[in-house]
Design a protein around this ligand. Structure first.
Ligand SMILES: Nc1ncnc2c1ncn2[C@@H]1O[C@H](COP(=O)(O)OP(=O)(O)OP(=O)(O)O)[C@@H](O)[C@H]1O
Ligand SMILES: [Mg+2]
Length: 263
């Protein structure tokens, strides 16, 4: 069994012991409530009257074709951009106030020009974690992501899959309650994709809520518990995953599942 698999097994065992906490209804930051959210740029309505509520527990997948608005919606939730109208709140607070509980890994990870370990250390330093506590947390996160052997390698020479794992580890090391992941496996081969999916599942099992986007349907089937389906900036479905894939409610979702929907 690989080191990562062992860690994940240990995590799962630990999680099973406190499963009620994992799926309990309390979270310092959830529910996330998007209420009539719109986002306009250059006179175009890119996110159009989107409303939903996300509660603790399920792994939420934002699905939709290229250009549907998945990345924009994640950025709005994280507070990187502000809605043109409507509101987004995390347990009643603005994204800015909820920030300490949130972390995001981007579609194109931007890593600092320093070692893999130093990228994680920096993320903790920014959060104000004292130096003496940082080292063990960095080591644990690298181990968890299967990157311990690459700790001292410059982050920018890592392979795409390793960089994606490092970006997720960098987000996770800050111990967020919610991890926002934007297309974490875009352009990766099946083995790298599998490694990242294992990492995401382990993080979710350990009690961190996951909200992620993908246009990879097979991945969505593997990972998601509920689906937000976006098309042309509009939320067409918010459905339990099984129901979404078995009997989509909209013709756009049915076409997307059949691989026939383009922006
Ligand atoms: N700042 C901006 N100004 C103008 N248009 C923008 C801006 N940001 C995003 N868009 C447009 O908004 C739409 C949604 O973009 P977004 O990146 O959210 O799509 P996506 O669903 O993440 O697509 P992909 O699957 O390709 O990542 C696209 O048509 C994009 O060109
Ligand atoms: Mg995107």
């Amino acid at each position: 069994m690989s080191r990562t698999a062992t860690i994940i097994k240990e995590r799962d065992a630990a999680v099973n012991q406190d499963a009620p906490a994992q799926y309990g209804l309390s979270s310092p930051v959830l529910p996330l409530i998007a209420s009539d959210v719109g986002y306009l740029a250059n006179g175009q309505r890119l996110i159009d009257r989107v409303s939903f509520t996300l509660r603790p527990g399920p792994c939420t997948m934002i699905l939709g074709p290229n250009g549907a608005g998945k990345s924009l919606l994640l950025r709005l939730c994280h507070g990187l951009i502000e809605p043109s109208h409507g509101s987004i709140t995390w347990r009643g607070q603005s994204p800015a106030r909820a920030h300490r509980w949130l972390a995001m890994a981007f579609q194109k990870p931007v890593l600092l020009r320093r070692s893999a370990a130093a990228n994680l250390d920096y993320a903790l330093a920014v959060k104000g974690v004292p130096r003496r506590s940082r080292r063990p947390r960095v080591a644990e996160a690298l181990e968890h992501a299967g990157l311990a052997h690459l700790a001292n390698r410059p982050a920018r020479v890592l392979s795409s899959g390793e960089q994606q794992r490092l970006a997720i580890a960098r987000a996770w090391v800050t111990q967020p309650k919610v991890l926002l992941l934007d297309e974490p496996t875009a352009n990766l081969d099946p083995i790298a994709t599998h490694a990242i999916e294992m990492l995401i599942q382990a993080i979710h099992s350990a009690g961190t809520c996951i909200i992620m986007s993908t246009h990879d349907l097979a991945q969505a089937r593997r990972l998601s518990d509920e689906v937000l389906f976006l098309h042309k900036g509009r939320l067409l479905e918010h459905t339990p995953a099984e129901e979404f894939f078995e009997c989509p409610r909209t013709e756009q979702a049915a076409a997307f599942i059949a691989g026939e929907l383009f922006y």
